[in-house]
Design a protein around this ligand. Sequence first.
Ligand code: SAM
Length: 240
Amino acid sequence: THFGFQDVPVGEKAGMVRQVFDSVAGRYDLMNDLMSLGIHRLWKDALMDWIAPRPDLTLLDVAGGTGDIAFRYRARGGGPVTVCDINESMLTVGRERAAENGVEGLTWIVGNAEMLPVEDASVDLYTIAFGLRNVTDIDAALRDARRVLKPGGRFLCLEFSRLAIPALDPVYDFYSFKVLPEIGARVADDREAYQYLAESIRKFPDQESFVERIGAAGFGRIRYRNLSGGIAAIHSAWKI
Ligand code: SAM
């Protein structure tokens, strides 16, 4: 195939992101549970609730990592899923999990969200969960999402966002910048990776700004839902 790591922009961020997920891949699922106290599972379930999976709808799950979104979509009766991630080690863990649990109907591909190795107008649903904030050029990724969707197809993004009650920001900041890196240092022996995580969360656009960015990429009917008071949010939009 023509796509692969060679095609990934060699910007500092891309390299950093790859290194981070390479180093955490084996412990990614455990760390997710630990850091979010298991709440990421509820958020992913909330994403499924909003999608309402159907067997006749194909899903492209970008930055799909170890397959959490893909597994849920299949478990809820959704159609075939392509899991795409820039990082081979994350996909390897996902493939092993799928084999262990007998999950079928999944295809795993290496690719960058900014230039997906996927044909134009070929998928019904596009999801990206906790992935977009790692992408160097968010707007390029949004445009490419629209490119691969069929007309009438739907884009959904689950990502960390801004608290609805700004008075709680100091508490949240303490957790993100003090507690989180400390857990990262002790459990995964990688303080830097979790420092990066906290910083990437702060840099991602807030709910309303992200609505505008999605609109600028050409999507219509843009809506969002806050999860856990805005710690995370799901944005939904349509290619019309
Ligand atoms: N979606 C999974 C989940 O919710 O558990 C994984 C999320 S994980 C926090 C972020 C993933 O984004 C990693 O697997 C990483 O390799 C991937 N990623 C980072 N930059 C990417 C890019 N430009 N294109 C595709 N995947 C990317």
